[in-house]
Write a protein that binds this ligand. Structure first.
Ligand code: HEM
Length: 126
């Protein structure tokens, strides 16, 4: 839970993926000559992914430490703790996945939008 899951997702999703999403929203108008379809969706992407990945990290760390300590003190109690892990992780993973979906939708809608948008609109001016 702590390594690889908490470590991997905080670095890959919280770092690399969020950076890649930001770079996409910066470069897409330059490459396509079109405005980003929705700046509101960009903000949704940021918040859903950020809240999702931080909650994912915290949950993995809490259960990792909790179950790790139980392993050394009373391993028979681990199943009664672990039954909460799945449902809580499912909520956190879904929050993160919603952020991925809003990102994908925004990119596809920007590329397929009919307006040619001859002006490149930087994010801060929209
Ligand atoms: C909505 C987004 C995501 C969710 C809900 C999610 C969830 C999970 C889960 C549940 C596992 C554990 C699988 C198992 O039990 O073996 C896992 C493993 C992993 N994920 Fe993700 N993930 C997401 C996105 C990503 C992304 C974008 C990356 C990389 C860029 C990534 C990298 C990894 C890695 C490296 C592992 C560890 C694989 C292993 O060593 O077993 N995940 N993820």
């Amino acid at each position: 839970m702590i390594d690889p899951l908490a470590h991997a997702h905080m670095n890959l999703v919280g770092g690399v993926v969020l950076l890649a999403m930001g770079v996409t929203f910066y470069l897409l108008p330059i490459f396509t000559g079109k405005r980003i379809y929705s700046i509101k969706l960009v903000k949704h992407t940021f918040w859903w992914v950020s809240i999702g990945v931080y909650s994912f990290y915290i949950i993995q760390m809490v259960f990792g430490i909790w179950e790790g300590l139980l392993l050394h003190s009373s391993p028979q109690d681990i199943p009664s703790v672990h039954r909460f892990y799945g449902p809580i992780m499912a909520i956190s993973g879904t929050v993160m996945a919603i952020g991925f979906c809003t990102y994908l939708a925004n990119v596809v809608l920007t590329i397929t939008a009919s307006s040619s948008g001859d002006e490149i609109a930087p994010l801060q001016n929209q």
